[in-house]
Design a protein around this ligand. Structure first.
Ligand SMILES: [Zn+2]
Length: 200
């Protein structure tokens, strides 16, 4: 396995819709190696999610995982590989949290996401899977699925005044967000996310 270079904002691959993969594609060693490399890259970068466009591959595959989260806010996320994930339902309720992104290094933004979602996808063996997620996992999923459509979390921010560098975020914003944690009227599309202090 190898650690891959992560595309940063401005690379065109981050702004184009990624192509679906078939169950047959998933049987190829090339894509299996890509998935293993994405997992290794995500772990090495300290992220909780990574989508293929972030490593210059315009394919609809993503990996998630954070087996030993730091801090009391984060929840463990089992290692998950999804291909062609599709939202089949999402709650109208939104919650807000800070997000970071490996492709937007050094920044944190305050982003509303659907509190609960349901997703269908293929697993890495090409089998159809259905999963329901809420809270942090739902956020990470929405954030990563956005990458497959060329969308980054900045696009989901209704208020760019709540964008901060990591150091200033830790100094002035962490623990003092000044907004309700949940807001049913938040103007966000049902989409994908990451943790307050981690990158995805
Ligand atoms: Zn991201």
């Amino acid at each position: 396995m190898s650690i891959l270079k992560v595309a940063r904002l401005g690379q065109p691959v981050l702004r184009q819709p990624a192509a679906p993969v078939s169950a047959g594609d998933l049987r190829e060693t090339g894509i299996q190696r890509l998935l293993d490399d994405m997992i290794e890259t995500m772990v090495d970068e300290g992220g909780v999610g990574l989508a293929a466009p972030q490593v210059f591959q315009a394919l609809r595959v993503l990996v998630l995982g954070d087996p030993s989260p730091a801090g009391d806010k984060a929840e463990a996320i089992p290692l998950t590989v999804l291909a062609n994930p599709r939202l089949v339902a999402c709650s109208t309720e939104r919650e807000w949290a800070w997000e970071g992104c490996l492709s937007v290094p050094g920044l944190r933004g305050w982003v509303p996401r659907a509190t609960r979602i349901a997703v269908t996808a293929l697993d890495r063996h090409g089998r159809t899977v259905h999963l329901e997620a809420e809270g942090f996992l739902a956020r990470v999923l929405q954030h990563e699925m956005d990458h497959l459509d060329g969308v980054v979390y900045l696009d989901r921010m209704p208020d760019m005044r709540r964008l901060a560098f990591v150091e200033e975020h830790a100094r002035y914003w962490l623990g003092a967000t000044g907004a309700a944690a949940t807001d049913a009227a938040a103007p966000a599309a049902c989409s994908a996310g990451s943790v307050p202090t981690e990158d995805a």
